[in-house]
Design a protein around this ligand. Structure first.
Ligand code: ADP
Ligand code: MG
Length: 405
């Protein structure tokens, strides 16, 4: 998190808003953090499994000044054209929102998370801007809370590590929004490295950078235009179905291998599935099959990336989608149509990303096919689904940063 002469556009937007809202007579600190897209490893994080996200070249930014002797927090959102104030000594939370709008509660939640860890912070004034599309599966919320945690870390000289920042940001999002999101998004943002994906073990939180330097390929994110209205209830249901699968495999393996601890689907192998899968009821068996095969696909994807083999990576992405659609049952007709149209248009592969039931799809394509894919997703998708898609190019970009301006 060193000074960098190159600041992303939202920093400029937030800087202009901060000057206008709070005045220009003191040095201003900028902090920014990226959104993310998960290449592969979907619905594996809460099964103690593996994920392979990239941080993307779209960020949330805070620009502002710490207050030396007051606990007043003053915020301004360039997106919502709105101000919000609270006391850093009593930050509003999801359960005690004190009339604070949701966007500001992400920040007050982060302030509360710093309090919980007894990290000494004061009040501050900051303007917020970003170019991660809101609510479309690129994790604008994680970008925002990680940027806030980085800002506080630098402003109050706290010397936190990237993993600590991810954990504080994650706690902040849960406290502020009341949604029990996973840690994946915050880790992906906080650990981002330009030109690399990051392989994360969601059990140990160990991670390894995998260079993403495949030649002549483009990553696209395509918003389906379908609200993720079912996503929260279905997400909770899938989580409990995975827990049932763990209990069923654990019971089935207990008599023959009593020394084996099966505490998550991470601990069940493809061999177990083939051998004793028939003893497990159908729904938990299919949910388990998705998670077990998806974990294996993450490692195959790492191999494909390291060997610059785009067709194989594309094939793994397609198989991930099929598994999410058929075994995990979290797709919807619109996402299936995006995958079909993208592959017909020449993509190596495409799949739903995030919780499912709407939101976005990831498309992995040769550069030469991008124009045709964008074209077909503009026209035929609307004809068939009656919805507008929105396609964004994404590239593996660097993690958070901060600079005094
Ligand atoms: P996602 O993380 O997939 O984009 P979420 O629903 O988790 O979608 O988070 C979106 C919410 O995060 C927004 O409604 C808003 O409250 C907040 N948010 C994200 N980015 C910004 C931003 N740049 N400015 C203000 N609020 C933001
Ligand atoms: Mg989010």
């Amino acid at each position: 998190m060193n000074n960098s002469p190159q600041t992303p556009l939202p920093v400029q937007t937030a800087l202009a808003a901060a000057r206008e809202t709070f005045g220009a007579d003191h040095p201003l600190l900028a902090a920014w953090a990226p959104g993310r897209i998960n290449i592969i490893g979907e619905h594996t994080d809460y099964n103690d499994g593996f994920v392979l996200p990239i941080a993307i070249d779209k960020v949330a930014a805070l620009v502002g000044a710490p207050h030396a002797d007051s606990f007043d927090v003053r915020l301004y959102s360039a997106h919502f054209h709105q101000s919000a104030n609270f006391s850093a000594q009593q930050p509003p939370t999801h359960s005690a929102p004190q009339n604070l709008p949701l966007w500001a509660r992400y920040i007050s939640g982060v302030v509360a998370a710093f309090h919980e860890k007894n990290l000494p912070i004061h009040g501050f004034s900051a303007a917020i801007a970003g170019d991660v599309p809101l609510g479309s599966g690129m994790s604008s919320s994680a970008a925002l809370v990680v940027a806030a945690a980085v800002w506080l870390n630098t402003a109050f000289s706290l010397q936190l590590s990237a993993t600590q920042i991810a954990e504080l940001a994650h706690n902040g999002e849960v406290i502020g929004s009341g949604v029990r999101v996973g840690l994946l998004d915050h880790l992906a943002s906080a650990l981002g490295r330009a030109g690399s994906a990051v392989l994360i073990d969601c059990r140990s939180l160990e991670y390894r950078y995998i260079p993403f330097q495949m030649s002549a390929v483009t990553l696209l994110s395509c918003e389906s235009g379908v609200e993720r209205s079912l996503a929260t209830s279905a997400y909770n249901q899938r989580r409990s179905e995975c827990e049932s699968a763990v209990a069923a495999f654990s019971a089935a393996l207990q008599s023959e291998q009593p020394q084996r601890a099966i505490t998550a689907l991470r601990d069940v192998t493809e061999y177990d599935l083939l051998r004793i899968g028939g003893l497990i009821p159908e729904i938990p068996r299919r949910r388990a099959r998705h998670v077990i095969t998806e974990n294996a696909r993450v490692f195959s994807a790492v191999d494909a990336m390291e060997n610059n083999n785009s067709p194989i990576l594309g094939n793994l992405i397609l198989r991930s989608h099929a598994s999410l659609r058929d075994d995990f049952e979290v797709s919807c007709p619109e996402l299936d149509v995006i995958v079909e149209l993208a592959t017909h248009g020449g993509a190596y592969g495409a799949r739903l990303t995030g919780a499912g039931f709407g939101g976005s799809a990831l498309i992995f394509a040769p550069d030469s096919a991008v124009a045709a894919i964008i074209n077909v997703l503009g026209g035929e998708y609307t004809q068939r689904c009656g919805k507008q898609s929105r396609v964004h190019t994404v590239a593996p970009a660097g993690g958070p940063n901060s600079a005094w301006l």
